[in-house]
Design a protein around this ligand. Structure first.
Ligand code: LLP
Length: 426
């Protein structure tokens, strides 16, 4: 986070509050959210995209307090399940500022979205178009929809989080003609209001040229729809996926750079196709919340394997951050509870789970005197860590604490063993 400093006793502080105080009050592991940081990232996006709509992708991390923060900062919200929708609505997110995604939305979920009056639904299959059309007819409503287009871009990111190459489950294929047919079907049936096209090429992307190629391709489809049906779609969503720095090697684009590049390509393509420039929207998740959070762990054991590495075991692990094991993601770690002048030691920060893949940080230099009782901070854990957390090995999930102006506020409480046992009704 942006407001990290060191106290006189060497402990890391966030927004003026020492991690030692946070650990003493809330225990460890704990996700610590720097509220000013999150808000400033919302503002950076707003400043870079002042006339566009920014849909915060709630899958990255969602709870009521964060819904309120992003709403106050003028963002919209992308949800992709009934559960995310329920959280958004219960936090008071205006339904017209919610977009609903998903490749397999159920009848119940779509009904709920219609009854709540969500602003737009991003349709993902012919089955869904039929399902939504029937539900809209029953209710006599005309929901606004976007068609999710699979643009065939190879995004340079991990295979599991790339979403626009042809052979995957999301969206309507551009190359195969399904995307055009989906748009024609919606326009011809006239029950749903087709507002525009949507493309999302993947996540943790650094090379902005993927967004440019996808913008060019969806706008070509837009021109094709205009030529075939005489309709110019008023909106275009270019999705999320903007990369963040997990380690010092990562060099992400700023929102300003992204905005400039996206606008330029959209303007030139529209000019070339003789289209009016559509109202743009984007869906950043990770870039808003990722850097605003760090996980604070306590070291339990330190095990030195001669000549290989030192394993520093912390009191969480793959249940609170699956990304290292699942995507081979890179994180860094810092000794946070004190200063140390000891030599750097090549360490692997591991968790307490019963498998050797339970790695939080693959390689990190920690002071050689790191020991049980120390606090270690792992930055950049705001996105897809709490939201993908599990109860593996019956470990209760950590709380989320928001810090602002030296004050800590619990926004998601720690799970307890009673919470886990409450579900076990056998
Ligand atoms: N829009 C759509 C339609 C998406 O599917 C996603 C992410 C986003 C926006 C937000 O992407 P972001 O700006 O956060 O990159 N669990 C994986 C990431 C999965 C992303 C899924 N979709 C991870 O931990 O890296």
């Amino acid at each position: 986070p942006r407001s990290v400093t060191r106290e006189a006793d060497g402990a890391v502080a966030v927004a003026g509050l020492s991690v030692r105080d946070i650990a003493a009050e809330f225990g460890t592991p704990v996700y610590v959210l720097d509220e000013a940081d999150l808000r400033s990232r919302c503002r950076d996006f707003r400043a870079a995209f002042p006339t566009e709509d920014i849909f915060y992708a709630g899958k990255a991390f969602l709870c009521r307090a964060v819904v309120r923060m992003i709403a106050e900062e003028g963002l919209h919200l992308d949800v992709c399940t009934g559960g995310e929708l329920a959280t958004a609505l219960s936090a008071g997110m205006p339904p017209e500022r919610i977009g609903f995604h998903g490749n397999n939305k159920s009848v119940a979920e779509l009904s709920r979205a219609l009854d709540a009056g969500v602003g737009r639904i991003i349709v993902d299959s012919f089955t869904e178009i039929d399902r939504l059309t029937a539900l809209a007819r029953e209710r006599g409503v005309r929901p606004r929809v976007l068609v999710r287009v699979t643009v065939g871009v190879e995004a340079h990111t991990h295979e599991f989080i790339a979403t626009a190459h042809e052979d995957q489950k999301f969206g309507f294929s551009l190359a195969g003609g399904a995307a055009a047919n989906a748009a024609f079907k919606i326009l011809d049936e006239g029950v749903l209001e087709l507002r525009g096209l949507h493309s999302h090429i993947g996540s943790q992307i650094f090379d902005a040229s993927g967004f440019e190629v996808s913008a060019r391709r969806v706008l070509a489809l837009q021109a094709q729809i205009r030529d075939a049906r005489g309709v110019e779609l008023p909106e275009l969503d270019l999705g999320g996926g903007f990369g963040i720095a997990y380690t010092s090697q990562d060099d992400p684009a700023t929102p300003q750079d992204l905005a400039k590049r996206l606008r330029k390509i959209v303007d030139s393509e529209c000019a070339a196709e003789n289209l009016a420039v559509p109202h743009l929207s984007i869906e950043p998740g990770r870039a808003i919340v990722g850097p605003a959070v760090f996980t604070l762990y306590e070291v339990g054991t330190v095990k030195e394997l001669d000549g290989i590495r030192t394993f520093v075991s912390v009191d969480g692990g793959m249940s609170d951050n699956i990304r290292t094991a699942l995507y081979d993601a890179s994180y860094s770690a810092t000794l946070a509870s004190r200063a140390s002048t000891a030599q750097p030691l090549l360490a692997r920060v591991v968790g307490k789970h019963c498998e050797s893949g339970d790695i939080v940080v693959k390689d990190e230099f920690l002071p050689a005197d790191v020991q049980a009782g120390d606090l270690v901070a792992v930055p950049g854990t705001g996105a897809y860590c709490r939201s993908m957390a599990s109860n593996y090995n019956h470990v209760p999930r950590p709380p989320v604490v928001a810090v602002r102006d030296g004050q800590a506020r619990l926004i998601v409480r720690r799970e307890t063993e009673e919470d886990l046992l409450a579900l076990d009704v056998g």
